[in-house]
Structures are given as structure tokens and as C-alpha cells.
Ligand binder design. Structure first.
Ligand code: NAD
Ligand code: TYD
Length: 354
């Protein structure tokens, strides 16, 4: 990796990756292409380890002229593709941007890479960041997803990511584009937009608002601290086999309700209120088509590349909650942005959690 095009680097995981990569690799230069949708923010990119090796470009991954220009102007040798519409609930309310960004956007980047690297594919890599959600939903006693599981996506979000994964793989087989794919489980950590479970619960708790748990709260996700994900992605780019897919997961699989209770317990300790935050927990109407359980078999990345998560759920959650408590101005600024209240109203009012 020398000249890296990061897409979606103003979003949650992309921004964490930009911070991480500038810190751990003094040779890389990053061009960060991000449309700054509701989920992206330049406030996620302050205090970078080295500003001089980071160029931010506001633009759309579906804009092929722009992507082609960036590829040649900056002699890009590595693409790390995060940009996406990423929230399942939004995909239920309005799937169109998911198809456009996640499928058409990925196609646009693949075409740009195919053209730019047509003469020399040496040292090049297209890394696609995907999700465990493409594999569908597990019952409680099913074995975890391995890379060989069939794709059975069940939401517009996961279906659009599955479509993108298929395209990426097709470009390897058809055009020998040097690709890798990682399918990762649910991330949490600093800079996560407060529409997702962990930051939403922290934000609502700090404001004394209801903590909306969908359905019975006995759904299961496999939680991973975002820095562990960033480390895994770098390892796959540096050492992974072109054409290969790697599952990434944290091995932490609490029920949603237990995760929320743990968040409340940590908040009770570091920011005590009159009553325990757990008293704010409210069961609300379930998500349509709600996947019951995700779990990842990470033996390939562990055995082939030596990756393992450094954070367990307790230490990762503590670090995350402390970060949100220490950054009230970030929370204030993100949650006062146009559209946030409207989204909360749209998603939660009918569930009786407003
Ligand atoms: P996010 O929603 O926080 O950030 C997405 C970023 O992409 C934003 O900065 C947004 O402005 C940008 N973007 C959206 N449309 C764009 C477009 N057309 N052109 C350019 N930029 C655009 O998402 P995230 O949680 O950081 O997820 C990043 C990637 O990781 C996604 O591909 C997602 O599918 C995948 N992923 C996420 C998780 C998770 O738990 N968050 C888990 C596994 C995989
Ligand atoms: P989310 O963070 O949206 O991630 P994903 O749907 O991609 O897994 O949700 C994580 C889990 O938490 C999921 O089972 C849905 C549930 N959830 C709630 O119970 N309440 C909420 O307000 C949200 C946003 C999610």
C-alpha cells in the first residue's frame, strides 16, 4: 500500500481506518473520497496523525469521471472500499440509495480499477469491506457463518451488499482484478453515527430518553471493536490471497437486551444518574424481517493471517462509552444535524418510543 483510495472515509469505520492507517504506516498517502451524506462528517477526521498524507475529496463513488481522475492523478495502487448506505432500518424505509451506492457505486469503482490497472496489476489491490449480513439469519443452535456459507440476504441493505460482493468476486474471475473481501460482524466504537444500536443507547441514556429494544431483545449480533476491524483489513490487504474472502468477528455474542443492560451498567458507574439507566429500557415494535442471529467463524483469518481481536466486549464497550461521554460536542453536533430528528421520528414514533 502506497497511494490508497479510501472510499467512505468520513463515516464510522472508514474514519477509524484513516486514523489507524496514518498512525501505523508512515509510507501511505490517503485520498479519501466521501459524499458526506447524513452519515459522513469531517468532524470524524480531526486530529489525524499526519494531515499532510491525507487528502479529502467530497464526491460520489458513482461519478466515474471523478473516480477515474483520482485513480490516475494520484497513481492509486490500493482501494479500500467502505462507502455505503449502511443502516438496515433506513433500507426498509427507502431502499433506492442502497442500490445506487452499494451496487452501482461498487461497480463504478471496479471499472475504474480495471481500467487504471489494465497494464500492470502488480502490487495493486481492490479491498471490499462487506458484512456478515449477506449470509442471512441463524437459529440459536446453528453453527456460525463460514466463508463457504451461501448468501441469503434478507434486507435491502444486506441484499445490496451481497450484490456488491458478487460483482467484486466476478471481477477477480473474469478480469483477474486483484481483489479481497472481508465480511465483518457488527462494529462499535468512536465516531459511530447514533442511529446504530450502541451509540443510540448511549446517546438516549445520557439524555434520559427511552432505550428502544426491538421485539423481545433476544436477537444476537457478534460484536467487534472497530479498531480490531481496521487491523484485520490492513492485514488482509498486506497478506491476504487475491480472490479470497475472510470472515471477521469478535466472538462476543450477547442478546441485544443483555448488551443494552451492560451499556447501562457501565454508564451507571461512570456517569451515575438518580435511577439506573436500565430503567429507561423500553420494548418496542420489532423490525420487519429482523435477522435473529449472526455469528462468525473466523478460523480462516486466524489460521492463515494470525489475526485475533485485541478487545473483549467489556474493554471495548468501556472505551467506547468513555469516548462518547468525553465528546459531548461531537454528539451534539451530529445529532443536531438536519434530518436526524426527522429520522428518529420516522423510525421510533410509530413504535411508541418517542
Ligand atoms: P457509515 O454509514 O457510518 O459511513 C458510510 C460513509 O460512506 C459515509 O461517510 C457516507 O458519507 C459515505 N457515502 C455514502 N454514500 C456515498 C457515495 N455514494 N459516495 C461516496 N461516499 C458515500 O458506515 P460504516 O458503519 O462506517 O460502514 C462502512 C462499511 O463497512 C460499509 O460498507 C458497511 O457495509 C460495512 N460494514 C459495517 C459494519 C458496521 O457494523 N457498521 C459491519 C460490517 C461491515
Ligand atoms: P443495528 O445497530 O442497526 O445493526 P444491524 O441491524 O446491522 O445488526 O442493530 C443491531 C441490533 O440491535 C439489531 O438486532 C437491531 C437492534 N436494535 C434495537 O433493538 N433497537 C434499536 O433502536 C436499533 C437501532 C437496533
Amino acid at each position: 500500500m502506497k497511494n490508497v483510495l479510501v472510499t467512505g472515509g468520513a463515516g464510522f469505520i472508514g474514519a477509524n481506518f484513516v486514523h489507524y492507517l496514518l498512525l501505523v504506516d508512515a509510507r501511505v498517502r490517503i485520498v479519501n473520497l466521501d459524499l458526506l451524506t447524513y452519515a459522513g462528517s469531517l468532524e470524524n477526521l480531526t486530529e489525524l496523525a499526519d494531515e499532510s498524507r491525507h487528502l479529502f475529496v467530497e464526491g460520489d463513488i458513482t461519478d466515474s469521471a471523478l473516480v477515474n481522475r483520482l485513480m490516475s492523478e494520484h497513481q492509486i495502487d490500493t482501494i479500500v472500499h467502505f462507502a455505503a448506505e449502511s443502516h438496515v432500518d433506513r433500507s426498509i424505509h427507502g431502499p433506492a440509495p442502497f442500490i445506487q451506492t452499494n451496487i452501482v457505486g461498487t461497480f463504478t469503482l471496479l471499472e475504474a480499477a480495471r481500467q487504471a490497472w489494465a497494464k500492470d496489476r502488480g502490487g495493486k489491490r481492490f479491498h471490499h469491506v462487506s458484512t456478515d449480513e449477506v449470509f442471512g439469519s441463524l437459529a440459536e443452535d446453528d453453527p456460525p457463518f463460514s466463508e463457504a456459507n451461501p448468501y441469503v440476504p434478507r434486507s435491502p441493505y444486506s441484499a445490496s451488499k451481497a450484490g456488491a460482493d458478487h460483482l467484486v468476486r466476478a471481477y477477480f474471475h473474469t478480469y483477474q482484478l486483484p481483489v479481497t473481501i472481508t465480511n465483518c460482524s457488527n462494529n462499535y466504537g468512536p465516531y459511530q453515527f447514533p442511529e446504530k444500536l450502541v451509540p443510540l443507547m448511549i446517546l438516549n441514556a445520557l439524555h434520559g430518553r427511552p432505550l428502544p429494544v426491538y421485539g423481545d431483545g433476544r436477537q444476537i449480533r457478534d460484536w467487534l471493536y472497530v479498531e480490531d476491524h481496521c487491523e484485520a483489513i490492513r492485514l488482509v490487504i498486506e497478506k491476504g490471497q487475491p480472490g479470497e474472502t475472510y470472515n471477521i468477528g469478535g466472538g462476543n455474542q450477547p442478546y441485544n437486551l443483555d448488551l443494552v443492560l451492560e451499556i447501562c451498567a457501565i454508564l451507571d458507574e461512570i456517569r451515575p444518574a438518580e435511577k439506573s439507566y436500565a430503567s429507561l429500557i423500553t420494548h418496542v415494535a420489532d423490525r420487519p424481517g429482523h435477522d435473529r442471529r449472526y455469528a462468525m467463524d473466523v478460523s480462516r483469518i486466524r489460521n492463515d493471517l494470525g489475526w485475533f481481536p485485541r478487545y473483549d466486549l467489556e474493554s471495548g464497550l468501556r472505551q467506547t462509552i468513555q469516548w462518547y461521554v468525553d465528546h459531548p460536542q461531537w454528539i451534539e453536533s451530529i445529532s443536531s444535524r438536519e434530518g436526524f430528528e426527522a429520522w428518529m421520528e420516522k423510525n421510533y414514533a410509530a413504535r411508541g418510543a418517542r
